[in-house]
Ligand binder design. Structure first.
Ligand SMILES: Cc1cc2nc3c(=O)[nH]c(=O)nc-3n(C[C@H](O)[C@H](O)[C@H](O)COP(=O)(O)OP(=O)(O)OC[C@H]3O[C@@H](n4cnc5c(N)ncnc54)[C@H](O)[C@@H]3O)c2cc1C
Length: 255
């Protein structure tokens, strides 16, 4: 596809159908959308969803893709995970009301910076740092690595409020053989975790569970804006190059 055609494909709104959904936690729901003519995506990208009310009012929000890129073209099925924001306009609809067979408009894939593939990085190790639902695009990277049988060393530091909030818990905690696995540590802000007492992520956590700056790891940081800014600051203070730190902020989105 030429870049002009690819650009047009991204801007196109497609009508997608919800074909599967399940609760990931009490307040987060996985959605599987079947999207006709999906142009394919890269691990780390996101889509925009557009809802239109009976009176013609429309609103849009961004959601990251949890599906690996490898599967996206053949399958046309995209997985998202939506965390309910209590007083939100769109997320409670997607977690509580949107039902199998319902249609929604999808535009994407979007974002060319916060992406990973085995081709990029020249084998440099990868550090993934997630805050809350910021794990979603990082899961796409973990799945992409697995489906490609890639051996790039991956470490994941996942900060969340409590164990009950952990997304992809089964998949992250299932022991794997053959690919070296992903070294994962889960830190909790509101309760003790097996590795350390309750608390926000610190430089000591990133030094203990990440890679030394000398290894020049590619760092991907995703989560709420405050979390992302703090982790980026800590990584810089630990000596990581700004060129190796990519961030995605899950602040309010849409129009
Ligand atoms: C690139 C990108 C990717 C994203 N990917 C995901 C994803 O994979 N999963 C996911 O659940 N969300 C994701 N988000 C956030 C999502 O786009 C919405 O912002 C979120 O679902 C809230 O929408 P809402 O309509 O329910 O809330 P709104 O009606 O927009 O906001 C209601 C209130 O909540 C606050 N608020 C809005 N968004 C958030 C938030 N993310 N966290 C805390 N408070 C918020 C607002 O300031 C406001 O006070 C992503 C955002 C971006 C920019």
């Amino acid at each position: 596809m030429t870049s002009e055609l690819a650009g047009r494909a991204v801007l196109t709104w497609r009508v997608a159908e919800l074909v599967d959904a399940w609760p990931e936690t009490a307040s987060a729901r996985a959605l599987v959308l079947e999207v006709p003519d999906w142009p394919g995506h890269r691990a780390g990208q996101h889509v925009d969803l557009r809802l239109t009310g009976p009176d013609g009012y429309t609103t849009e929000r961004s959601y990251s893709l949890a599906s690996p890129a490898e599967r996206s073209q053949a399958g046309r099925r995209l997985q998202l995970v939506v965390q309910r924001v209590g007083d939100g306009e769109v997320s409670p609809y997607l977690t509580d009301v949107f039902d199998a067979g319902n249609l929604i408009e999808v535009r994407g894939p979007i974002g060319g910076w916060f992406v990973w593939s085995p081709r990029e990085g020249g084998g440099a190790p990868v550090l993934l740092v997630a805050g809350g639902s910021g794990i979603v695009p990082l899961m796409s990277m973990i799945r992409e690595r697995r489906f490609r049988h890639d051996r790039t060393p991956f470490r994941l530091v996942y900060s969340l409020r409590a164990q009950a909030d952990e997304l992809f818990a089964d998949e992250l905690n299932r022991p794997r053989t053959g690919d070296g696995g992903v070294e994962t540590v889960v830190l909790r802000t509101r309760e003790d975790s097996p590795r350390r007492p309750a608390g926000r992520i610190t430089a000591a956590d990133l030094a203990a569970w990440g890679w030394p700056a000398d290894f020049a790891p590619r760092c991907f940081v995703c989560g709420p804006t405050g979390f992302v800014e703090e982790v980026a600051r800590l990584l810089l203070a630990l000596g990581h190059s700004p060129d190796n730190i990519k961030t995605e902020r899950f602040g309010p989105s849409g129009s």
